[in-house]
Design a protein around this ligand. Sequence first.
Ligand code: SF4
Length: 226
Amino acid sequence: MATTKVNWPEAMRPLIKKYKNTKFPLEYGNVYELAVMVVLAAQSTDAAVNKIAPRLFSDFPDMQALSKADPQLLFPYLAGIRNFANKASWLVAMAQKVKSDQGIPLNLEALVELPGIGRKTANVILREAGKKAEGVIVDLHVVRVAPRLGIVKEEDPKKIEERLMKVLPREEWDAGMAMSFLGREICRPKPECERCLMNKVCAYYNRPAKAKMPKEAVKKPRRAIK
Ligand code: SF4
């Protein structure tokens, strides 16, 4: 199918349905833990964050406890987390700003004002908290998958999100998370197209036999996506 003829809102529906109830792979117990873990997960793996989280939350069980910590106190808890020193500072600053778990804002505008939280992190928090999407989650998996599919040409996460918000109606903005899951499971750097439910509409899969995808379609983002 030619990419230009794809009806993306329709084409995305099966993918969104497949992952609709799939929980983000961070083992959090409440919104406080979710916010902390999503900040820690940027540039790190979910597995690394899941590993250190129980000890961290045992000693810092809520925003109030975290707000009283010196960032350096957190260092021993964050072994294996990339950029841990900055993240420790952001977490303490975030806790001091919101003051309590009840103070964690659940809207995009206020979330992105918090230290360490960008649009991707905020979109993840809103999704996992069951709030209506205010944007589209664009993580490093989406940066790889969306251009392969042909739904976007952009490579900058911000522009990809803007494009997806234009192409898809708001009720389908969970497509970002769905593409992220697809990227984790099937559309990995070496994609398994034969078992992918998107292969009928995918530009990469349906490219002319000898054609190669432009390099930018498989590039990794140059910096972390917050
Ligand atoms: S068909 Fe292949 S390249 Fe396209 S989204 Fe699926 S796994 Fe990725």
